[in-house]
Design a protein around this ligand. Structure first.
Ligand code: ZN
Length: 313
């Protein structure tokens, strides 16, 4: 979810469907390597989620701290802390899922939307600091990889993770629409319409300033028609974004992740699917499936860990 942060609903989709097979990191683990661990770090706009991950994608322990947004130095210090506090003798690599535009060839961050991380040779910086191999990717890609390997299974192009500038949350779904969140200066992007933050805004309009996205979902579950309608409205916007993915990339499998996306899935998805099928070209939308992410808010962390194992080969 292009990141959208842990509350996002933005589709963890990648082009083309699961055309081939991605090497599953656990598959070729030798006996002596079973004890190896990596540290996966999911950097979001509100929190840093870091954990010890094994080759199968299981998380041994994890920690969550707020994301400092004051400066790049503070942010890097918080990431260093996260790694240092989890590191033990079994850790052989580090993986980071970042809400950033990344040059994969060089490991250099070109820019970020929601956090102060710009023009930085991130991979080298982290690798030199900790003396370990480091792999980095866009956080949405990391979550998609995790769902493919260890969760719902999908979102991969020709068997390989799509490693491009994949901020699906910043697809334009409404010209001159709502201003985007964080440092993004765009308007009408998917994010301000479909994330947990957006759901909270809508909940407050309907149910007063104490309401939030959690309450909106709870009310819908309890049968409140207004809440169900509001969530269907969010799903409708989400469907428009998914239709664009279908039409441009031939996406046919979309995993909805994030705290809000998973919790509200049942109310979001029928409307999302209906709109996506309406707006997608026939050939693109015919086989479209939208599924619930199975890894919840841990998907980004697990994906970052799986990337780290990848860095070892
Ligand atoms: Zn945006």
């Amino acid at each position: 979810m292009g990141n959208t942060g842990p509350e996002g609903t933005v589709p963890r989709a990648a082009p083309g469907g699961a055309g081939g097979r991605l090497r599953r990191p656990g598959g070729d683990a030798g006996e002596g390597r079973a004890g190896e661990r990596v540290i996966g770090v999911d950097l979001g706009g509100t929190k840093i989620l870091a954990g010890l991950v094994d080759r199968g994608g299981a998380v041994e322990r994890h920690r969550e701290t707020p994301t400092p947004l004051g400066s790049q130095a503070e942010l890097l210090a918080a990431l260093d802390d996260a790694v240092a506090s989890l590191r033990d003798e079994r850790v052989v690599a580090l993986g980071f899922g970042l809400p950033s535009q990344i040059d994969q060839r060089t490991g250099i961050i070109r820019g970020s939307v929601n956090i102060p991380l710009d023009e930085l040779d991130f991979r080298t910086r982290m690798s030199e600091r900790f003396g370990l191999p480091v792999e980095i990717d866009n956080d949405g890609n990391a979550a998609a990889l995790a769902e493919y390997v260890a969760g719902a299974g999908g979102a991969v192009l020709d068997g390989k993770l799509y490693r491009g500038w994949a901020e699906f949350g910043h697809i334009v779904i409404e010209v001159d629409g709502l201003p985007c969140q964080g440092f993004c200066h765009g308007r009408g992007h998917l994010e301000p319409y479909v994330t947990g933050v957006a759901a909270t805004r809508i909940a407050q309009q309907l149910f007063g300033s104490a309401a939030d996205s959690h309450r909106l979902v709870r009310l819908a579950n309890e049968g409140d028609e207004q809440a169900r309608e509001a969530l269907a409205g969010i799903g409708h916007k989400l469907g428009a974004g998914i239709a664009s993915l279908c039409n441009v990339f031939g996406t046919d499998f979309v995993v909805i992740g994030g705290g809000f996306g998973v919790a509200g899935f049942d109310w979001l998805t029928p409307a999302a699917l209906e709109t996506a099928k309406r707006d997608a070209l026939d050939t693109a939308g015919a086989t479209l499936k939208i599924v619930r992410g199975e890894l919840g808010t841990m998907a980004g962390l697990i994906g970052a860990g799986l990337l780290a194992f990848d860095a070892l080969h």
